[in-house]
Write a protein that binds this ligand. Sequence first.
Ligand code: TXA
Ligand code: MG
Length: 326
Amino acid sequence: MSNVVKIDKWNPDLAVIAGAASILRDGGLVAFPTETVYGLGADGLGADAVKKIFAAKGRPRDNPLILHVCDKQETARLAKRDQRALDLMDKFWPGPLTLVLPLLENSCVPKEVTAGLSTVAIRMPDHPVALALIEATGHPLAAPSANRSGRPSPTDAWAVDFDLGEGVSMVLDAGSVDIGLESTVIDLTGEEVLLLRPGGLPAEKLEAFLGSPLKTPGADASKRSPGTRYRHYAPDLDVRIWDKKDALGALCVTPSESGFIGLTKPPVPFRRIIVFDSVQSYARGVFASFRDMESDDGCRCVIAEWPEPEGIGLALRDRIRRAASV
Ligand code: TXA
Ligand code: MG
């Protein structure tokens, strides 16, 4: 953990931030906390720096990255913004909402960030360390979640170090994140607002603000959001979904080799049992629980209770479903 540096979330040491920003300006990689999950940052306007992200994560080149900004005005030189986009920024930024917008002509965003699409995804994270780092770097930061591609997203610095180790120059460690699932991604390039990825900002809040339901992309989903094509969020365990209506026995697992996570205390003596007191804490803890059970050699399987698809539950369902699919 030699490259992991502790930093106070509410009072970040500016000398540490300046050191991290200088690594980024020199084209290096720095992992940093956000309110959703830890990100693996590079100078978002530097093509060579951005390429290092794909190498460190083993990420497919056709999966575009989110640019992280520290103020709304910075988006003006990156993307075309209509009134709807500006209103959403005013209402929900900083926060767990990513906007997919049309790129400006002659844009300064390298094609490595957008994977050659004519759109760019942008968000302003709600975390003092992230905001200070972006500001000190002076450029937007391209940052995917700081895990090896396909693995659960990291919700603390330990998980970043476990997955990426020396592949990242510095990991800023501000403790565990608040939300635990990635941002909500919406597409604003057409008349209708499309929900590309449910996430930390509940769809209901967006719908109440917009005054209309979000649409989900149809058959061209993977073209619009290439990330949805790949297996994701999966620990090195067999992940099974338990819908409370069904008998646990129907899952045919060996309790002594299986862990359980969810909101209901199971009537079976599983090897490990983690019961959360709310859907928010389930969301915050799901990826760390996967990693915790994965590190137990005797644990082969994890059963995840299927949450209701409301609020953060919709995003939690999405992550559990993807982790379970082979
Ligand atoms: O909360 C988050 O969003 C975290 C933190 C670090 O900010 N980041 C994150 O990044 O989850 P990543 O790369 O793991 O997921 C970004 C998602 C992917 O599904 C990607 O395909 C989609 O956003 N995306 C990025 N640019 C896009 C674009 N131009 N059009 C459509 N989808 C895009
Ligand atoms: Mg990711």
